[in-house]
Design a protein around this ligand. Sequence first.
Ligand code: PEP
Ligand code: MG
Length: 883
Amino acid sequence: PQYVYRFGGGVSDGGKGDKNLLGGKGANLAEMASIGLPVPPGFTISTAMCARYYEEGEAFPDSLRAEVADGIAHIEGVTGKAFGDPANPLLVSVRSGARVSMPGMMDTVLNLGLNDQTVEGLATVSDDPRFAWDSYRRFIQMYADVVLGLDHDRFEEALEIAKEDRGYFLDTDLTAEDLKALVAEYKGLVEELWDKPFPQDVHDQLWGAVGAVFGSWQSERAKVYRRLNDIPGDWGTAVNVQAMVFGNMGDTSATGVAFTRDPSTGENGYYGEFLINAQGEDVVAGIRTPQYLTRAAREAAGAKPLSMEEAMPEVYAELAGVFDTLERHYRDMQDIEFTVERAKLWMLQTRSGKRTAKAALKIAVDMASEGLITEEQAVARVDPSALDQLLHPTLDPAAARDVLTKGLPASPGAASGKVVFDADTAEKMAAAGEDVILVRVETSPEDIHGMHAAKGILTARGGMTSHAAVVARGMGRPCVSGAGSLSIKGKDGVMRVGDREVQAGEVLTIDGSTGEVMLGAVSTVQPELAGDFGTLMGWADKVRRLKVRTNAETPADCRTAREFGAEGIGLCRTEHMFFDAGRITSVRQMILASDEAGRRAALDKLLPEQRADFAEIFAVMAGLPVTIRLLDPPLHEFLPHEDAEFEEVAKATGLEVEALKRRAGELHEFNPMLGHRGCRLGVTYPEIYEMQARAIFEAAVEVAESSGAAPVPEVMIPLVATAKELELMKAVVDKAAEAVFAEKGRRIEYLVGTMIELPRAALRAGEIAEVGEFFSFGTNDLTQTTLGVSRDDAARFLGVYVEKGIYARDPFVSIDIEGVGELVELAAERGRATRPDIKLGICGEHGGDPASIAFCEKVGLDYVSASPYRVPIARLAAAQAAL
Ligand code: PEP
Ligand code: MG
């Protein structure tokens, strides 16, 4: 098999369709070369080699040697330089590149090909001995770290001492002679720490670096990143070997990163940062603060150092042309790395840029308007889960705020939490249920678990493309970066701004949209749902087939859900209404009553309260379908615990506290989830369901009369296993309906149906559909009962199950398609066989999960029901499922 693919100099062995084989970087380098953009020549060793490398016990097959030799010859041919040639040496970079970008997770080696001879050649050819020795110095330092795994700090220390000894402040103060001495010192360090001299053979250097890049695929941080981002471990990385171009050859050289549109807001304008006389990683590392790309951006920020547009107008114009070519070619916003070597532009990378949800929306909508993509493509472009970022509150502009300082608006959204200075503590505190803000001088890949656990991230150093900014945007965490006035002493648990001090544990608020950092918690407001959001949702609604309802029981939630586009209520859990302060005593009286008469006395008090609840919901939902589930949970959930609570019930009923306590004891269940709950309550105490049904119909008639929009109640019986149970309960509901209609002299339409949340119900769906007019899949309980996994105890072990690949994802979050899904499919089929027009929906948490929604589309359900904030996510996911 072929493992090496060349690009540059008029050759492209691959293209953008080859991401799986060449990784994103390699595929796009080949693509850029093939459309005539200036790409330094190079070659990609495919991801297939990565798998082979591990199969062979971290070694290379012999056949690869010849292929790599051909690849090097290709680069030599195009550049006219020779690898290891002391007169005109070819230097290469060796970089990783997986199918999807894993920013900063894997290794890179630059300036490879330098040794004691070639450094002299480079000095002559470049006419710049300082540059040559600085490159050699950087190369040894990077190689020692990445390939040899030697202690990075020792090299940093040697560099610091070299400056101190000479009274210098900046790296750039070091002369060629100084750097030559430092190189000698570095080589000594390598020998001391590695017991062998620094490799002088350039081919040894190359194979070492290639092995290190493949090796970095299995590094701890790469594994953590893959786990957090659902990236399979067997994809592997490719390795890109490419001729070096130098952004550090003086003032006509530069290096930078850019986006073809603003990745934070989606604004259509070039956006990026660059540094004059610097090498690649300097920009991302956040060590020097980069300069703006455009004059407009520099002026907006009130910054002094010239923008690239001003400092290098000709190269900038060429770069802008490349941006336009790339956007038209890829039809998406691109994230680009470039280098200018002595006024000549080189493209080092392009890929679809990571963006915030806000930017994703704006870019998709704008590009459709510009005619670059279709409306349907725009709908397909936005990740439904990312909408979450937009739907949550932002800082209330009217709220008082005590602004400590301001940094860069690196990732939008607002967050408050306790200050923590390290990732491990952030993770621990978050696991204990605390909101935390992770505060770091700058972040590195070692911090990602803490960034993930934190509500927000604040750094003192680094630009908009620093690690913190890029990773936070990807995760959807608010982030303020580069807050330069912060002095962070993490070890002492304190940070300072001017003369103000903030201790670890104090509450801080950050606004990732403005860069503001505030002391204390600041109140928030609901997001704006018009504009691009509304436009995209409109397009989504045109293509989706599934209806989207919501799970809600308070009028406020119902209103929120309607604003988000809910087309009805799929689940109103009536037990949530039983906990209200005013009525819990009546509920307890009902439960603790020893006979029907006692229960009825309590139910009479609850009836008007329930009726008022339902009337309010019907009014908000204005004629849309409302599914109301009759009481479901085990009764003991409502029992009093405190003596005072028992006394209150005693007062209301005239019964003795002791007798009530005895009765409470009798209600104890060993396994309440499988105990006296669901329709079993209605079967044993029909008067409860009778009262609830009466409340529903009285409210429905009342609202029909007062508003003119007749409600469409769908009365739902929970936890049914047999058709007989449903038959009995339907009789109770129908009887109550008839009684109310007779009393009021007005009928309204309604349905009686059931939840399918037990395997037996799914299997017997054919006969259950003879009674039930609709099914709603209660996939929370159906998952619990099908897997035999308690939904309340699963957290203790499911994490390990997912880690070990037993379940691909948490089956309570994303439906277990093979098991639970098969029951859903079968029940839908059997239900329809009996009653072709049966209404089918889902109201478990899965109703708001995009992958589960795709499954619901496939099975042909009529609607999904999700919690209010997930309604837009469900609308978009339903549209994508229909495309
Ligand atoms: C379900 O079981 O999926 C359901 C929606 O009901 P609950 O979560 O209230 O048990
Ligand atoms: Mg349930």
